[in-house]
Design a protein around this ligand. Structure first.
Ligand SMILES: Nc1ncnc2c1ncn2[C@@H]1O[C@H](COP(=O)(O)OP(=O)(O)OP(=O)(O)O)[C@@H](O)[C@H]1O
Length: 760
């Protein structure tokens, strides 16, 4: 029998094994389900409720607890069986994708190790029929070629000899492809994976993870792992498989709530949402940095989104305040501004914190001045947040005194009269109870009064505990009006004046949102987030130095993975001190660089690498396609033609990538009524296959079969700062790229060697 037939025989055997396990589990699941339903129905039958004596009450409570624990244990087990059934279902489609034959030095017997998305044991639960791709031994498949090899377990390194490395494409139990390969995971399989049409959601890459990507996925040493990878090098893919790996490796300690992924836009969030479930893991907490900021802001501000800020930068360059805003954007993104805030906070420890008065029914209980005096009388040696804690205690005392004074006022009884029946009943029971315990309050009216006053004062007390009496907006504003700090930059007056206008309107520009929040945290204290154990930041090049420093300030105990591409840093004003730039890393920090690009065809990479800063280092994966085209014709004539052309070539998703939202509106108008399309804005959460129109900053991290750049002229992409935008737009294409420019094409195209694109 030839090898393929032998392998097929093994697949058949495994498929049978899966089916047998499935049937067994299915029966078990059904039994458990019936059991749970039955137990829910008869929950109270097994409990003797006796409330006569205190001992009986305790006994009854105990027996309810026990019964509930039993039920929830069964429910949990039922859930586990359900999950395992789902995994088996996935294995049924494709039980494994790799095989390694390995002979350990210390145990000289060759073992064939089959690798799939989940492990599978034989029927006696003794031997592994399939190893999970994340098991220590599976790293041989990703990291080694035939010959001497080794892998690390938790305790030690195991060495030996790999005699075979084989890959499979198995669909519904049938081997469709089988290749023996060297170190890198075979071209054929990658060719197959990459040659397909783009899908609206990302796929897992476990079968074809490359060695350099595996280093990212399995990295456990670093508390900060920085990945600089060229466009399409698999950063997002590696990030997601890394999450799956960590969840497996640390399954005892880590759950989906401990892992947070910052994604660049809402569309991206849904684009990647299938990968982890495909691998049998629950999705982790995913949000944009904007979502995070909005959640933490205590005061009532409107926060500008990074996209609105980008739109401003790209379209308002003629406006009067543009030069000042550019300056202020750069400064507010820098660590120098963080230092300025730190200096200001030190000053505030001596004087200048603003407060709001504590008032009740319009009357002041504690004035601003009294709070101020109390606060500063506490002395400089106590840190601001600790002083505030003491102020809270004092204020609550003051409020309690006031509460007592209110008890016999008329308004209380007026409000009591408006109470509904239930509240009356509750107050009555309370009065009775208090009588039992010998309380002096036995009069129902008194109880009702006390209760009413307590209820009305509750929100005020809560606001005090939440430190809402500290006037953060006014104190922050003072930084831009009154306070003179020696480390302010030379054009501070100009910048400060500009920021002040927005602050007065309760508007936080994107560049000001993080500094404001940082200031708030420094004053109010204890804001570190310990619940997050792993933070993954994709498109990390778009974070400013200040934003990144802030993230480290909130998550001091969190392990971080930053992934990005400096060539796609579209927020160029924030580029200095970018967190992705190489710096002398501290201990426990590591930087990995990915050079190889997998997304686009060789022809597209050869073209785009010419105008990427540092582009000559980009290495294409060897997948052939047609050269990018430059069409020098009026867009009205040619756009529709090109769209139809791409559809005829079999491309399912074509994106018309514009520079701005404004341009995308114009393009939509050109195509209106002629062809079906979807226009994407910052509120779009999902997209369908077909024709899409979107600005480049919303296409970040996503890919399409074909990309059209509708206006690639020098007039449109003329500034040096447009380079990263243009590069990002072009590198979204997997198979085909067309650029239209009736006028002179932009310099980036001209920088590309003539033979790398065609002119039509
Ligand atoms: N090892 C791999 N096997 C199969 N496909 C891969 C592999 N690595 C990357 N890809 C594919 O290449 C494409 C680009 O990957 P991904 O989006 O993760 O790259 P990226 O570095 O995040 O790109 P960008 O920075 O341009 O957004 C995806 O279609 C991904 O599935």
């Amino acid at each position: 029998m030839d090898e393929r037939a032998q392998e097929q025989q093994r697949v058949d055997k495994i498929m049978n094994e899966i089916k047998t396990k499935e049937e067994k589990l299915y029966k078990q699941s059904k039994g458990l389900k019936e059991d749970v339903i039955e137990q829910r129905k008869t929950f109270w039958d097994d409990i003797t409720v006796n409330m006569d004596e205190p001992d009986d009450v305790i006994e009854t409570q105990e027996s309810i607890k026990q019964q509930a624990a039993l039920l929830s244990e069964k429910e949990r087990f039922h859930g586990k069986v359900g999950e395992r059934l789902k995994t088996l279902d996935r294995l049924k489609h494709s039980p494994y994708f790799g095989r390694i034959d390995f002979m350990e030095d210390s145990y000289p017997e060759k073992e064939a190790i089959y690798i799939g998305i989940s492990s599978l044991m034989d029927k006696d639960d003794k031997d592994f029929l399939i190893y999970d791709w994340r098991a220590p031994i599976s790293s041989l498949y990703y990291d080694s070629s035939t010959g001497r090899a080794g892998y690390r377990t938790r305790e030690t390194t195991i060495t030996g000899e790999v005699s075979l490395k084989r890959q499979f494409i198995i669909k519904h139990g049938v081997i469709e492809g089988m290749f023996d390969t060297g170190v890198t995971i075979g071209d054929q399989m990658l060719q197959q994976a990459l040659g397909n049409n783009a899908s609206t959601t990302m796929k897992s890459i476990v079968a074809t993870i490359q060695k350099e990507q595996n280093q990212i996925i399995r990295n456990e040493r670093s508390s900060l792992l920085v990945v600089q990878g060229v466009a399409g090098s698999g950063k997002t893919s590696a990030a997601l498989q890394r999450i799956a790996y960590l969840m497996y490796r640390y399954r005892e300690e880590l759950n989906a709530d401990n892992v947070v992924l910052f994604s660049p836009n809402p569309l991206f969030g849904s684009y990647i949402s299938n990968v982890l479930p495909e691998l049998g893991e629950t999705n982790v907490r995913q949000m944009t940095f904007l979502n995070y900021i909005e959640k933490r802001l205590m005061d009532n501000f409107t926060v500008e989104s990074p996209f609105k800020q980008m739109e401003y930068v790209l379209t308002q360059d003629e406006s009067q305040d543009y030069p000042t805003r550019k300056k202020s954007m750069e400064y507010l993104a820098s660590l120098a501004f963080k230092d300025l805030i730190d200096t200001y906070v030190e000053k505030i420890n001596e004087a200048g914190l603003r407060f709001k008065r504590i008032a009740f029914r319009g009357e002041t209980i504690v004035s601003k001045q009294r709070i101020y005096d109390y606060f500063y009388a506490l002395g400089e040696e106590i840190a601001i947040p600790n002083k505030l804690e003491l102020v809270v205690k004092w204020l609550l005392e003051e409020v309690r005194t006031q509460q007592k004074e209110e008890l016999n006022k008329d308004w209380v009884m007026e409000k009591v009269e408006l109470l509904d029946k239930e509240d009356y009943m509750e107050a009555y029971h309370q009065a009775e109870e208090q009588e039992d315990y010998g309380s002096s309050i036995s009069d129902e009216e008194e109880v009702l009064r006390a209760q009413m006053v307590k209820r009305v004062f509750a929100p005020l007390k809560k606001r005090i505990r939440n430190l809402e009496f500290v006037n953060i907006p006014a104190t922050y504003q003072a930084l831009f009006t009154e306070v003179q700090l020696e480390n302010a930059p030379k054009d501070w007056q100009e910048i400060a004046g500009h920021i002040l206008t927005q602050l007065k309107e309760r508007y936080l520009t994107w560049e000001n949102a993080t500094p404001y929040l940082y200031f708030q945290d420094r004053i109010l204290g204890d804001t570190t987030d310990r619940s997050v154990r792993q933070l993954i930041i994709d498109e990390a090049q778009d974070y400013s130095a200040f934003q990144f420093a802030y993230i480290r300030h909130i998550f001091p105990y969190t392990r971080m993975t930053l992934l990005g591409d400096i060539n796609q840093a579209i927020y160029t004003y924030a580029m200095k001190e970018n967190p992705l730039l190489p710096v002398d890393h501290e201990e426990n920090q590591e930087r990995i660089t990915l050079m190889k690009s997998y997304r686009s065809t060789k022809q597209i990479v050869e073209f785009t690498k010419h105008f990427a800063p540092g582009g000559e280092m980009i290495e294409p994966f060897n997948r052939e396609g047609s050269k990018p085209v430059l069409i020098q014709d009026d867009i009205r004539e040619t756009l529709l033609q090109r769209v139809k052309g791409f559809a005829n070539e079999g491309y399912e998703t074509t994106a018309i990538i514009c520079k701005t939202l404004q341009e995308s509106d114009e393009i939509a108008e050109v195509l209106q009524g002629k062809v079906e399309f979807n226009q994407i804005n910052e509120e779009t959460y999902t997209f369908e296959k077909g024709l899409l129109i979107l600005p480049v900053y919303l296409a970040k991290g996503i890919e399409f079969d074909a990309v059209i750049i509708p206006n690639a002229s020098e007039a449109h992409y003329g500034k040096e700062s447009d380079r990263t935008l243009f590069y990002t737009a072009c590198t979204r294409a997997m198979h085909a790229l067309a650029m239209i420019s009736v006028e002179k094409p932009c310099k980036f195209i001209e920088e590309a060697a003539g033979e790398t694109y065609e002119v039509e």
